[in-house]
Design a protein around this ligand. Sequence first.
Ligand code: PLP
Length: 464
Amino acid sequence: MIAEEKLASLSYPVMPQMVSNEFPGRRAQEVIQRALQFQSPTRPSVKGRIVVESGYGAGIQDPDGNILIDLSAGVAVSNVGRNHPRVVAAIRDQAERLMHSAGLVNETTVALAERLSACMPEGLRGECFTWFGMSGSAATETAIKFAKAITGRSQIIAFEGAYHGVFHGSLALTTRENFREKFGPLMPGALHMPYAYCYRCFVDLKYPDCGVSCAKYLDYKLSTPNTGADDVAAVIVESMQADGGYIDPPVEFLQMLREICTRRGILLIIDEVQAGAGRTGKMWASEHFGVVPDMMTWAKGIGGDLPLSGVTVHKRYQDKLPLASQVITGAENALANVVALANLDILLDPQDNLIERAALFGAEIKAELAAIAADSAILDDVRGRGFFIGVELVADKATRKPLEPKRVGAILQRCEQLGVRIMACGRYGSTIRIMPPLTITKAHFREGLRRFAQAVSEVEHAQI
Ligand code: PLP
């Protein structure tokens, strides 16, 4: 397993710290003002407070010289840190030869398709092909189209709390109201079922006595006549729901979805955009559940924030897809390809074993967070796997009422002032998601948590 000294050499050598008295400082404020003037208002984080000028490992530096610990890895993107030397070398080397194949076949794309095939879960491994895009949203769009072409059906089932992207099809499957409003009508034929969010069960049952009623409800809906159930092309599901609240569903949930889909001739698309690429302590989160999808969408951690995504499909469907052009100009980019190949090399390096380290160290961190939560009146339910950890912020542990947005905002803002970047998610915006790069040192991770716990405690006791 990778040594802490080696990880330390890939990050800021000293503990990240804030140097300006005010955060954001003057130079960051200037950038934010320019962004507000010239960038689209639809990009909410423009209004946020962190401006990143450079990044090193699991640290980010702003234009005023503040260095923050990044417990978010972008948004679960920089799984091997922000500028791993092997990635930098791969880009430099490739840029000198070719940056883009511009519509021609290039070996870097072929090599990446082969490499992905080799690291897919058993059942897809060696028996799949890949379509390349440039964002998770594009991967979802394409998976929807492929499902329609393969099955000749038109409806797609997703889950409450899902986030699959922001285009017309993918946004129809995403349930965040503030993302959807004003942009309708979106793709017709998108239906939503309850996800296995046990902490806030839709029928107030308790696992395992519930018999995984949420999955049974899907089966019931599909057997209801005159609802279009016979026109369902695919079920799309996040193996572990990300934006919806960093949810680690019971193993049976995904297994039951697989069984229902197989029995009813519906395709199962697993979205590994956020949970994949080693983050949960396995290469793909679906491997925890022993479930093999018909199609997998991936992005984020594979390209490490270069424009790269894909849909990997089982070979048995190859002949069902039309030989029509479904290529995006700019996709199959040689730079993005070599970055993805380097990322996969780093993640899957058997000597370093970063993924197993995430599983083991993530379990320790979860236990430490659970201890912090036990002493707090507003931190509850710590869940997740590896470096995919969610913790609920509540106003009242007995009723599980979500913490008010103002207080969640105060915690996030205080975290930034203390020098740690942390994000919230969830149906009520009240789940903290902890998802640092897999290369973060133990010292930086624990210091980040300490700062987070301090922010929580201050807000809890100040009664903001
Ligand atoms: N699917 C999941 C699970 C995601 O978390 C995201 C983005 O956060 C997407 C799809 C969309 O990806 P992108 O933002 O690259 O379009």
